[in-house]
Ligand binder design. Structure first.
Ligand code: COA
Length: 161
């Protein structure tokens, strides 16, 4: 064990392409969690989970100037991640795309540290505001982001045609 791991068992680092399978596993956990909460699922979110997520990871590896993904690890196990991007569209120049901490590790400030790492990445790229979206019934996320200083901006509604 490295000396920094002895003082802090949770280590943050930038993700690499060889993290793809572990990230897909964690991210699938997040989607599964969302599916227990959701009241509506748009058809674009209804396909096989891995088919939707794999291109989102490929985007990060292909354009590291626009996207970043940070992983939280404990003793080599990936326990959480955040994906962040710069955005030409939408209200903010930067976006937290996804943030996830595995159930057993919640409430230990891992989410906060991942969020701060993502925000630092945005600031380093001169972004002065950052947005995040999450599904409406996700009260845990709402409380977490409000606690972290985010304020509600938009509400998205959908209707089937
Ligand atoms: C939301 C999530 C990332 C939070 O991660 P976490 O590691 O449990 O949160 P932390 O321990 O870092 O909490 C940071 C701070 O927020 C507070 N907090 C966290 N969740 C909270 C909640 N539901 N209500 C009130 N405060 C909360 C903590 O008390 C802590 O406060 P402190 O800074 O005063 O100590 C995690 O619960 C998760 O992965 N949820 C499922 C996925 C998800 O919904 N992601 C968001 C969609 S993008």
């Amino acid at each position: 064990m490295r000396s920094d791991e002895m003082t802090d068992p949770v280590q943050l680092r930038g993700a690499r392409p060889d993290d793809t399978e572990a990230l897909l596993h964690l991210w699938t956990g997040l989607v599964t969690y969302h599916r227990t909460l959701e009241r509506v699922r748009p058809s674009r979110w209804s396909g096989p989970v891995e088919e939707t997520l794999r291109p989102l990871l490929a985007q990060v590896w292909a354009a590291p100037d626009r996207y970043a993904l940070f992983i939280a690890e404990v003793a080599g196990d990936r326990i959480g991640f955040v994906r962040v991007s710069l955005a030409d569209d939408g209200p903010c120049p930067a976006r937290i795309d996804t943030l996830f901490v595995g159930g057993a590790f919640r409430g230990k400030r891992v989410g906060f540290r991942l969020l701060e790492r993502a925000c630092a990445w945005c600031r380093e790229r001169d972004a002065t505001e950052v947005c995040v979206e999450f599904i409406a019934p996700n009260d845990l996320a709402r409380e977490f982001y409000e606690h972290a200083g985010f304020l509600p901006l938009l509400s998205t509604f959908m209707r089937r045609l």
